[in-house]
Design a protein. Structure first.
Length: 327
């Protein structure tokens, strides 16, 4: 069976849907909390569901039956300030799973993040060398936690120490798509603003505090969640591929582009208002992200990425505009 940590979350539940469609046996490790993330799993057959604190005992009992660990569980909020909790859930949990997979000979595919690149001044090259990773400066504790794990694996690889038979870290950029509804303020702009657009209200975007970018002209690499899942499935089909890989379209688009795509998909006239950033965000704001995907392409990944307009249109028309928004 496949073990998917964070399987009730955003990217994790989309991976569950894809693997369930292939009739794979799936075990989910997650906390279900008090929201409705259980709906992210409601359509799919699950062989087992384990709480994270029970995972070590569960793994000991299931030794020899795990095909791969797909580690997507983490505190993903970039505004989380409880760093001890981030260390426990993002760093410690990841390194423990890495060690278990190394000892058990089980493939380990895990979620890193574009937040490891910080303000982007060091570029967006997914160079996995110890020296290249040392140059990155994340802007928040979430990005730092992902960076700690990337650097640890890079150091183990450099030393020739034990690693899983397949290991791959995925630096996801700005992901949007179905099943993100439990994320509150961390949902994509598409999910957060869709109800307002339907009511004929404007979309509010941050004013720019950087003279190089117009209001709404701040740039992001927006990637549809289907592309993230396609990369993971490709890795499972190509167990010889290891490394750290960016997962983005390779094309930076503006927030205005995203808003325009939303209005077009909703068949509404564009209406934009600009608001000031919260003061706490001004010094930590990323004005530009764009994945370099050459390493992923060089590893053999050939599938085209979904365009912003096509992804937003599908998300709205196939999910947000329907009675059951879940996949």
């Amino acid at each position: 069976m496949y073990l998917i940590t964070g399987g009730a979350g955003f990217i994790g539940s989309n991976l569950v849907a894809a693997l369930a469609q292939r009739q794979e046996t799936l075990a989910i490790c997650d906390w279900m909390a008090q929201d409705e993330r259980w709906r992210n799993l409601a359509r799919h057959e699950i062989a087992d569901l384990v709480a994270p604190e029970e995972l070590p005992r569960w793994l000991a009992d299931k030794a020899g039956r795990i095909r791969a660990v797909l580690h997507l569980g983490a505190i993903s909020s970039t505004t989380e300030t409880n760093v001890d909790l981030i260390v426990q859930r993002n760093i410690r949990a990841s390194l423990d799973l890495l060690q278990w997979c190394s000892s058990a000979g089980v493939p380990f595919i895990y979620a890193s993040s574009a937040a490891t690149y910080g303000d982007g001044s060091a570029g967006f090259d997914d160079d996995f060398s110890v020296q290249a990773l040392a140059r990155l400066r994340p802007l928040n504790a979430y990005g730092w936690s992902k960076h700690v794990v990337d650097r640890r694996i890079a150091r183990l690889y450099e030393r020739g120490e034990a690693l899983p038979p397949q290991w791959a870290g995925l630096k996801f950029f700005n992901v949007y798509g179905p099943n993100e509804y439990h994320k509150g303020s961390m949902q994509s702009l598409v999910a957060r603003c869709y109800p307002a657009v339907c009511r004929g209200e404007p979309i509010r975007l941050f004013r720019s505090h950087d003279a190089r970018y117009a209001d709404g002209g701040q740039l992001r690499d927006f990637v549809y969640v289907d592309d993230c899942i396609a990369v993971i499935l490709w890795l499972l089909e190509n167990p010889q591929v290891c490394g750290l890989f960016n997962v983005g379209t390779g094309v930076a688009r503006s927030w205005l582009d995203l808003a325009t795509a939303m209005f077009a998909a909703c068949r509404r006239d564009r209406a934009i208002e600009f608001i000031d950033m919260p003061p706490a965000l001004v010094d930590k704001y990323q004005y530009f992200t764009q994945a370099r995907v050459e390493r992923l392409r060089s590893a053999g990944y050939t599938r085209s990425f979904v365009s912003l307009e096509a992804g937003v249109s599908e998300y709205i028309q196939k999910y947000l505009a329907t009675e059951d928004r879940h996949r």
